[in-house]
Each structure stands twice: as structure tokens, then as C-alpha cells.
Design a protein around this ligand. Sequence first.
Ligand code: 5GP
Ligand code: ZN
Length: 137
Amino acid sequence: MDDCLFCKIVKKEIPSDIVYEDDNVLAFLDINPVRKGHTLVIPKNHSTCIGKMTDEEASNLVIKAKELAPKIMKAVGAKGFNFSTNCNREAGQVVFHTHFHIIPRNDSNELPHWPRSSPPKEELAEMKNTIVSFLKE
Ligand code: 5GP
Ligand code: ZN
């Protein structure tokens, strides 16, 4: 993908602060970190989001990110971490090359929590039925 920012980072056409690299995976600091040590873990092969990866690519990436996350947490003296990925613009994705965010955390109250709703149990049951029948198709 010639016009993909993270492909350019993989090819070292754009500089980044790389903390880990192997044949398939690159991990580098987010340029606008949410917290100190905020790291992005990406596959070297272009895909737009995790749902578009092969099972093998996705599992390799998850396994590597799982290995790196607690080490990055310890390296920056944090006691927890968020591990997340955004798929599609509607979910806040801005760079359309699969990436996991690893965000070291020290206090669950230091960032705003997602606003929560309290739907009636009938609504949850209906939603469960919708998803379960969709998954069976
Ligand atoms: P998204 O919202 O797509 O999940 O997150 C994209 C992330 O990439 C953001 O956290 C943003 O700060 C980071 N980012 C965007 N451009 C660059 C860049 O040129 N270099 C680095 N290291 N990170 C970037
Ligand atoms: Zn790319």
C-alpha cells in the first residue's frame, strides 16, 4: 500500500521510535501518546483492520502483542495496561493499517471511562438473540 502511513513506517520511509521488530511485526511509540509508553503493534503485511487478516496473521500479531504488553508496562513503571484496536472510522480508526494500542496505566480513574447505559433486561435478551442468530448464519 503505497499511500499507507504505517506501511511507510515499516519500510522506514518515515521515522518512528521502534521498540521491537521481527520478520512479521513492528512495535513503535505512538506519536501522540495517551500515556507514557503508549505503543502501537502492527503487522508488517498491510491489512486495514484485524477483521481483514488471515487467522494465522491475526493470531501471530495477538501473541506478539500479548508478549510485549506486560514488558512495556513494567518498562515504564506502570501497573496495568489497556490493549485495544479500532476497526473502521465509526469506531475511531484513523490509520487504516491494523494496529493494537498498548497503553500503560497506573490509575483506573486517570482517564474518562466510556459512558455506560443500563438497558432493561428484555433489551439485552433481544440483543443476545439477534447476535446469536446472526452468528449461526
Ligand atoms: P487509530 O485511531 O487509528 O486506532 O490510531 C492511530 C494512532 O496512530 C493514533 O494514536 C496516532 O497518534 C498514531 N499516529 C498517527 N500518525 C502517526 C505517525 O506518523 N507516527 C506514529 N508513531 N504514530 C502515529
Ligand atoms: Zn499499510
